[in-house]
Design a protein. Structure first.
Length: 327
């Protein structure tokens, strides 16, 4: 079990261990092409945010900043790529929290250790999940949905964008809180799931807000609850799960930047400063807003602490489902 003291000691040791990094290499890294490695294909939400951020970092962090898409192995390929990169500040991981705080509980074997192999730089933005229902569930509130599931157990199901995702386990948290046996139906992304929601093939879907908002706003489907501790600014009229009476059904996803272990502390601090400045850029903020993402920068230490808390919180939730990927 990773304790708070051990985690912080490991993180600090990793940073201190960079003190002897050659100064010449640091100077050269400013002139190198810096890569933001993203574990998802071009055109998706992660890619769009990363590209906008890369534009804002040019000149302030490095002369050239590009996005390198490394999809594969449920986004683990990107994480492994950065783990094995030269720790000179020119290769940075842009990733959702899931790969670092949830995957250690989901996959029996990971080719990386999220706490020993990386130095947290900063969070970029945060966003919530929501529960969406379509024509198959003629309800208007979360309480009505729970009653409907109890009255229609053969139809009580929820979809998610992937097995082992944060949305998968948020749905499991909700099912435990209600006492309803909700069948989990994993999809390969939100697009096929939305087709089934609108077609009435599945009653509900748990996913990130950007995938749910278009059909909610058009009236074709309804978001019944969101997963934050406070209401989403994008849906001020929709309650959180906790407001609807289901305590502990809380989850928030985020994107963050991470450097390989032994990256010089000067490079980490410089990237943190440049990123926090980029998050005040109107174009970056506008890009985040179109995706229903809230800008949310942090210190390296604050991100390290957040990782540990979320890693610890996910453990009993995943264990309760018995879900494990043996690979």
């Amino acid at each position: 079990m990773l304790t708070r003291r051990r985690f912080l000691a490991t993180s600090i040791a990793g940073i201190i261990g960079t003190a002897d990094f050659p100064v010449a290499s640091l100077a050269q890294s400013r002139d190198r092409v810096t890569r933001l490695v993203v574990g998802f294909p071009a055109g998706g939400a992660a890619d769009l945010v990363a590209r906008r951020l890369a534009e804002a970092l040019r000149g302030s962090y490095a002369a050239t900043v590009i996005v390198e898409n490394k999809p594969g192995a449920s986004a683990r390929l990107a994480v492994e790529t950065v783990k094995n990169a030269e720790p000179d500040g020119s290769t940075i991981l842009f990733t959702p929290a899931t790969m670092l705080t949830l995957y250690p509980h989901v996959f029996s074997k990971l080719a990386y250790d999220p706490f020993r192999d990386f130095i947290p730089v900063t969070t970029i933005c945060t966003f919530e999940f929501g529960l969406l229902v379509g024509p198959a569930a003629p309800v208007k509130s979360l309480g009505e949905f729970v009653d409907w599931c109890k009255a229609n157990p053969s139809k009580a199901a929820y979809g998610s964008p992937a097995a082992g995702s944060g949305a998968h386990f948020l749905g499991a948290m909700f099912a435990r809180a209600t006492g309803v046996n909700l069948l989990h139906v994993p999809y390969k992304g939100a697009t096929p799931a939305m087709q089934d929601i609108l077609g009435g093939q599945i009653a509900s879907y748990v996913g990130v807000m950007i995938d749910l908002l278009p059909n909610h706003r058009s009236g074709k489907a309804r978001i019944l609850a969101t997963s934050g501790r406070a209401r989403s600014k994008y849906l001020p009229d929709v309650p959180t799960f906790e407001e609807a009476g289901y305590q502990g059904v809380v989850a928030q996803e985020w994107y963050g930047l991470f450097a390989p272990r032994q990256t010089p502390v000067e490079a980490v601090n410089r990237l943190n400063k440049a990123t926090l400045q980029a998050l005040t850029n109107r174009e970056v903020v506008a890009e985040l807003d179109t995706l229903a993402f809230e800008p949310s920068g942090s210190s390296s230490a604050a991100l390290a602490e957040r990782m540990q808390i979320e890693y610890r919180n996910w453990a009993p939730i995943v264990q309760a489902t018995g879900f494990k990927v043996e690979e």
